[in-house]
Design a protein around this ligand. Structure first.
Ligand code: NAD
Ligand code: ZN
Length: 361
């Protein structure tokens, strides 16, 4: 299979996402073709490196990786500092390229390090989780968490290239894999009925991580993200549509202190809440709401919510709204493959939707 290419054209940089089984094997050639600086550094995690370090080293040539932990709680400035330390120790200069090889946590941290080290060195994203392959690696959002909230410190810094190789997903724990699939469903529901139907149809092969089934799903997701990011690099308008399921999703994560849910799982519930709200308003046909609920259910059970108070979820949504820009934007699906942004969702209708989805009083 020849790799698929998706162009991302933003005001700050134009670059290519290459997607294909074995795409990492061509990494050195792609970086050379882009004339990226020849001193190449890799930031990764011990877990990812243990599974796939040899594969990357074969593709890239001898490399001493910078290994930092990749749990969400390590996504903080202190860990980024360790990347700076390693770069300084080896005298990395402006003529250096940093390759982020890991999940979204590594991608966000290494991306932030690349954005800030010597005021910016070239960055290549080589994502190794499904979530990072379909979402985090494309679009240029990089950064870390702050004790008072997620992703509060960061920058927009587009990579010079993104290389997506589904072969590395073979070792991903099933729960992490599923978490990424909810984001794929998000793209399908908001932007592509074809992608939505494909996930429903090829679900088994996708779960088996059959590259024939997986590659087109990842590529279509990247295409949708790339199109949106190209229109609205800094999320002032069009890019908001990708927050479908994230308004309630973020609140559900915050209320459970980021412990119970993988991000994608919380988005799974968030999509159910938004779809319920849309259906209650008559903006979404009941059949389409049911199709979404059925597809989400077909991936397997989500962590329980019957003990999570909807009052707390609403409070967390209001808190987010204050931190962001004072307006509560809600992305409501209007059909399978289409969505709209509204800013007039009231507290009562939100609570009613949370109740119908199964949240406690
Ligand atoms: N920048 C963006 O636009 C953007 C978008 C979405 C999410 N994110 C961020 O991404 C992060 C979540 O990313 P994630 O879900 O990839 O989590 P993650 O990076 O923590 O990875 C999840 C787990 O999978 C392991 N892992 C990674 N690749 C593996 C592989 N190939 N085989 C086996 N194990 C592997 C990791 O060691 C980790 O334990 C969050 O911090 C979120 O804020 C950023
Ligand atoms: Zn998300």
């Amino acid at each position: 299979m020849t790799p698929l290419r998706v162009d991302v054209a933003t005001p700050s940089r134009t670059y290519v996402v290459t997607i294909g089984d074995g795409a990492l094997e061509g990494l050195r050639a792609s970086l050379d073709a882009l004339k990226l600086p020849a001193r190449r550094f890799v930031a990764s995690s011990p877990t990812v490196w243990r599974f796939h370090g040899a594969y990357l080293a074969r593709a890239l040539g001898p490399v001493e990786p910078i290994l930092v932990p990749d749990g969400e709680r390590y996504k903080q400035l202190a860990t980024v500092s360790r990347i700076y330390d390693a770069l300084l120790e080896t005298h990395a200069d402006r003529a250096s390229t940093l390759i982020a090889f890991g999940g979204g946590v590594i991608g966000d941290m290494a991306g932030f390090a690349a954005a800030t080290y010597l005021r910016g060195i070239p960055l290549v994203q080589a994502p190794t989780t499904l979530l990072a392959q379909v979402d985090a690696a494309v679009g240029g959002k990089v950064g870390v968490n702050h004790p008072s909230g997620k992703n509060l410190i960061g920058a927009f810094y587009q990579p010079h290239a993104v290389v997506v190789d589904p072969a590395v997903l073979g070792t991903l724990p099933r729960r992490e894999f599923r978490a990424g699939l909810y984001e794929v469903i998000k793209y399908g529901m908001t932007s592509s009925a074809e992608l939505f139907d494909r996930v429903a149809r090829d679900r088994r092969a996708i779960f088996e991580r059959d590259p024939q089934a997986l590659t087109p799903v990842i590529a279509e997701s990247c295409r949708i993200k790339a199109a949106v990011v190209s229109q609205d690099e800094r999320e002032s308008g069009a890019r908001r549509i990708l927050n479908f399921g994230h308004t309630a999703g973020h609140a559900i994560e915050a209320v459970t202190r980021y412990r119970r849910f993988r991000h994608g799982e919380a988005v799974g519930y968030g999509m159910l809440v938004a779809a319920d709200l849309a259906a209650a308003r008559g903006a979404l046909a009941e059949a389409d709401r049911k199709a979404l609920a059925a597809l989400i259910a077909s991936l397997g059970p989500l962590p329980p919510i019957a003990d999570i108070s909807r009052t707390q979820v609403v409070a967390a949504i209001k808190h987010d709204k204050k931190v962001i820009d004072g307006t509560l934007h809600f992305i409501l699906p209007t059909a399978v493959g289409a969505a709209t942004v509204v800013d007039d969702v009231g507290e009562k209708e939100l609570k009613d939707a949370l109740k119908r989805v199964g949240f406690a009083k």
